[in-house]
Design a protein around this ligand. Structure first.
Ligand code: FAD
Length: 510
């Protein structure tokens, strides 16, 4: 046991035998990482940070909190939330990254009788760690990713986990075979679609409300060796969206493995404009190729990738790539391509992180807004919001790409739009050089609010992704027909509302 510091509230818990088994570290207001997150917009000081070494430690912390009248418990993955979702004001924060050094030893390859392979990974493992372990040790890999891999397994499974693979392989919450979960009553349960299925589906996309994920079993398949990666440019949103939707609805045998895209400003601004498009490094964007008749403020970049396995003939993969590219209506001449290793492709955002760390914008506030907008309303959204409110860009990527609702299990807790095809819209605002503190950040936050209000008043079929509402009415509206089930599940698995208080959905019951 190591008990370096606890304040009064946590000291109450520490008198319990369970809590004394835990490693608890100082929670200093100024320095405690657990009081902050990537968003840099809110801060909440915990009473103590617990570094669990096992699911039993997680259970002990939760049971200790349950014996008090006020303590809450927040699992903190890598703290990449943007609105305090992994924080616990005056409560306990579980540092799920604790023991990261021994993470690889805790990952296990599991085979089913039928020959299928799975990875058993700790909830606090980064997807990057899972990737390197699975590919280098076993030549295998999960099918579904996020763009950026320094996020924890438990953190993304509590939300959804989407990227360009989602249209084809489903989001990360659709790529889990089993979970080990510690509920809000401190009970450790192994659940799956056949064992405790209600808990399993509640936890997936459950915003941390029903249990702490201590282990996940992720299906694996043979890892590709290389990736044919291409970007093409559109001046017309209608043509961009038509091609993107055509690509994500093709049969698997003639589909890409990855389809994404983003809007960018028709200018030579290095962050918001066309320099953000060309791959590989050194390739040039020639604006004189843009058609004269489409003078809008924004352009669109469709990004696709096709995996190549060693058993495939390179010519056959090239032919398939060429056959699909030929049918797209992008601006001829504004096409870019690179052949890269699979791990390099999945790690592509690391370079962005390095640059942002150098410029100071990684540590600056990130007032991000993520939405799922139905294909029915996306052209209107493009006109009113992207071209209307965000015509100068957001000092970061404005992702906009389609995925399919049928790839998401309706039993999970995730709230989605009604339509089968919906777009992820991610307004990933960076504040260059740390600019944007104070009033400017407030303006950006206010603009995010105005965008959500505009979606609502226009009657769009949409949901926020990584929602952060403050009133019960807003949460009820967010979950819609799933709200009653969400509330029931909370009563079943976390009746005292101990878990994930930073989501601000339920108040702790004394
Ligand atoms: P945290 O921020 O630490 O936690 C998020 C929530 O999950 C909190 O409520 C927390 O209490 C809960 N939680 C954490 N761990 C557990 C656990 N083990 N069990 C139960 N609950 C838990 N998302 C995408 O879908 N696709 C992307 O491509 C993508 N790219 C991103 C890129 C960057 C640079 C950033 C900052 C974020 C990105 N995200 C993306 C968003 C990201 O998936 C979420 O912010 C996610 O919650 C972050 O994971 P985390 O491990 O940092 O979780």
């Amino acid at each position: 046991m190591m008990l370096a510091y606890m304040d009064r509230a946590a000291a109450g818990a520490a008198t319990e035998r369970d809590a004394l088994e835990l490693t608890v570290v100082a929670a200093d207001a100024a320095e405690c990482a657990a009081a902050r997150d990537f968003g840099g917009l809110v801060s909440a000081r915990p009473a103590a940070v617990v570094r669990p070494a096992s699911a039993d430690d997680v259970a002990s912390a939760i049971r200790a909190a349950a014996r008090t009248t006020l303590l809450t418990v927040a699992a903190r993955g890598n703290g990449h939330s943007v609105a305090g979702q992994a924080m616990s004001e005056g409560g306990l924060v579980l540092d799920m990254r604790a023991g990261a050094a021994s993470r690889r030893q805790q990952m296990k390859l599991v085979s089913s009788g039928g020959g299928a392979a799975f990875a058993d990974v700790p909830g606090g493992a980064l997807w990057e760690e899972v990737l390197h372990w699975a590919v280098s040790n076993h030549g295998l890999a999960p099918a579904s990713w996020t763009d950026y891999l320094r996020l924890t397994v438990g953190g993304t499974l509590s939300n959804g986990g989407v990227s360009g693979q989602s249209f084809r392989y489903g989001p990360q919450v659709s790529n889990v075979a089993e979970l080990e979960v510690v509920t809000g009553e401190g009970e450790c349960r192994v659940c799956s679609p056949s064992a405790h299925p209600d808990l399993f589906f509640a936890v997936l996309g459950g915003l941390g409300q029903f249990g702490v994920i201590t282990r996940a079993r992720i299906p694996l398949s043979p890892a590709p060796q290389t990736v044919k990666w291409a970007r093409v440019v559109y001046a017309s949103f209608a043509e961009y969206a038509a091609d993107a939707e055509w690509l994500v609805t093709r049969p698997a045998e003639s589909a890409f493995d990855y389809v994404e895209g983003f809007a960018f400003v028709r200018s030579d601004d290095p962050v918001n404009g066309w320099p953000s498009v060309p791959i590989p490094a050194g390739a040039r964007f020639d604006p004189s190729l843009l058609p004269a008749g489409e003078p809008g403020p924004l352009l669109y970049c469709l990004e696709v990738a096709l995996y190549q396995h060693h058993h495939q003939q390179p010519d056959a993969v090239d032919e398939r790539m060429g056959e699909m590219m030929r049918r797209l209506k992008y601006v001829r001449g504004l096409e870019y391509a690179a052949d890269v290793g699979y791990v390099e492709f999945l790690s592509r955002v690391n370079r962005v992180e390095e640059e942002a760390r150098r410029s100071g914008s990684w540590a600056a506030p990130h007032p991000w807004l993520n939405l799922f907008v139905s294909a029915r309303d996306i052209a209107d959204f493009d006109r009113a919001v992207l071209k209307g409110m965000l015509a100068d860009g957001v000092d970061g990527p404005m992702l906009i790409y389609p995925m399919l609702k049928s790839k998401w299990d309706p039993n999970t807790s995730v709230a989605l739009p009604e339509g089968e095809v919906f777009y992820l819209v991610a307004l990933l605002r960076f504040c260059p050089g740390g600019r944007g503190r104070g009033a400017a950040v407030e303006e950006l936050v206010a603009q995010n609010g105005a965008i959500v209000d505009a979606c609502r008043s226009s009657g769009y079929d949409f949901k926020t992704y990584f929602p952060h509402y403050r009133t019960e009415a807003d949460w009820a509206r967010h979950f819609g027909s799933k709200w009653a089930r969400f509330v029931d599940r909370k009563a079943r698995y976390d009746p005292l509302a101990i878990l994930a208080p930073g989501q601000k959905i339920f108040a702790r019951t004394p």
